[in-house]
Design a protein around this ligand. Structure first.
Ligand SMILES: Nc1nc2c(ncn2[C@@H]2O[C@H](COP(=O)(O)OP(=O)(O)OP(=O)(O)O)[C@@H](O)[C@H]2O)c(=O)[nH]1
Length: 397
């Protein structure tokens, strides 16, 4: 071998050494990154793959930490990210107990009316008239109020009501019939071959985003895998707000740019939900006035686009209990556009008008499924007709 050939050989060996070192460094960096990505994609507790991600991450770090396999200088060794600690939301039973306490501790027009009837020694024409007036102002509506008063008058006469205890039993039965315990209030959140899709709609500021966040917590408490779709692209803060709700319980959020087409964000969220095999995808939509035809059409489009991938089994209309009659007009139009399957009545804690429950169900033929009872993270409870009526009667004691 002459001198020139020797120089070529040495040069070749040096180049080969650089290539090998570069490849090793690249592989290790990729392993570290994969560990982090898996966590951010599937970090939800109980999510299939969440555990695998953790193991993969641990494996990558372990390789670098083992004595004798010290990392070459070119490999960045990043500190291990501590596992996120997610909150454990309240169970459904506990929420129901709190609903009972909250409702019973509240002064409402309905309960004042009941107390009036139950506390009089003698029920005369004036008592019935006063009772009727109070019920109407509690948003029970003229139709249901007239019907209730007629039925009570008839039963009191026929059954010869002489004692408050007797009156209370009849009142309970008649009120319960009005609130209708036979309505199916279960939420369609059971996965089939595809995730269950829940869409949340309503006018501005009724509490949609808050409800989506609270509902995610309800479902996480039931050990379901949830994914959120921030299709409220109108208000930039809405997606941030939703993401914060999700992060607290390890639920991922799919979002788009501000002003993006809400239908495409809802579609992407559903696609991610299908791919990740989650149980439920909840799609938050922007608040819109029911009178704006263009915006209502947009809502119809969001639903149609999502349904290319999975049926929308639940469309929850969020109504603010403090707005009373206005809520009914909104509800009628939303029902026509997106076939509402359930009502969420928010801010019931701040309303003395619980009668809206009866009216909205009557008008729409759609059950109240959930009620918002405060600003706390778990202040969303399943609506229960018996709990509601008993709480009213308790206040009237
Ligand atoms: N007291 C009380 N406040 C509630 C309840 N639900 C929601 N809120 C409050 O209502 C306000 C509006 O809630 P959001 O969730 O932002 O309303 P939104 O419908 O998403 O608003 P837009 O996206 O602007 O249409 C917030 O301050 C919530 O904390 C409830 O049940 N009780």
């Amino acid at each position: 071998m002459n001198g020139t050939e020797l120089w070529y050989l040495v040069g070749g060996l040096i180049v080969a050494a650089f290539v090998v070192v570069g490849l090793v460094a690249g592989t290790r960096r990729r392993a570290l990154r994969r560990g982090r990505d898996t966590r951010s994609l599937t970090g939800a507790p109980g999510h299939p793959g969440a555990q695998d991600g953790a193991e993969e991450r641990a494996g990558a770090v372990d390789l670098l930490d083992r004595p004798g396999t010290e990392a070459p200088e070119s490999v960045e060794v990043e500190p291990m990210v501590p596992p996120l600690v997610h909150e454990r939301p309240e169970t459904a039973e506990s929420r129901l107990a709190r609903l009972r306490r909250r409702l019973a501790g509240r002064d409402s027009g309905l309960s004042r009316g009941l107390l009036m009837l139950l506390s009089r020694d003698r029920i005369d024409e004036q008592t019935w008239e006063d009772f009727e007036d109070v019920l109407i102002t509690s948003d029970l509506g003229v139709g249901p109020t007239t019907e209730l008063v007629e039925r009570l008058r008839t039963r009191f006469r026929i059954e010869g009501v002489a004692q408050p205890g007797q009156a209370r039993t009849i009142l309970r039965e008649e009120l319960l019939a009005l609130v209708d315990p036979t309505m199916d209030r279960t939420l369609a959140t059971t996965r089939t071959e595809v995730p269950a899709i829940v869409m949340v709609v309503g006018v501005n500021g009724t509490g949609k985003t808050t409800t989506v966040g609270k509902l995610a917590r309800v479902l996480v408490a039931e050990d379901k895998d949830v994914l959120l779709g921030a299709a409220d692209t109108f208000r930039a803060a809405a997606a941030d707000q939703l993401e914060t709700w999700g992060d607290r319980v390890g639920v991922p959020t799919i979002r788009g740019a501000e002003g993006a087409d809400p239908a495409s964000v809802a579609y992407e969220a559903t696609r991610a939900g299908v791919e990740q095999e989650v149980d439920v995808v909840i799609v938050d939509t922007a608040g819109r006035l029911h009178t704006k035809t263009g915006l209502m059409d947009e809502l119809g489009k969001v639903k149609r686009v999502v349904e290319r991938l999975a049926p929308v089994g639940e469309v929850l209309l969020v109504l603010d209990a403090t707005t009373g009659q206005n809520g009914l007009t909104q509800a009628r139009i939303f029902r026509e556009v997106v076939q509402v399957t359930g009502i969420v009545l928010t801010k019931l804690d701040g309303s003395a008008k619980g009668g809206i429950v009866v009216q909205v169900q009557r008008e729409l033929g759609v059950p109240v499924k959930l009620v918002g009872i405060g600003e706390g993270v778990d202040d969303l409870a399943p609506f229960d007709a018996e709990v509601f009526v008993d709480a009213l009667l308790e206040q009237a004691s």
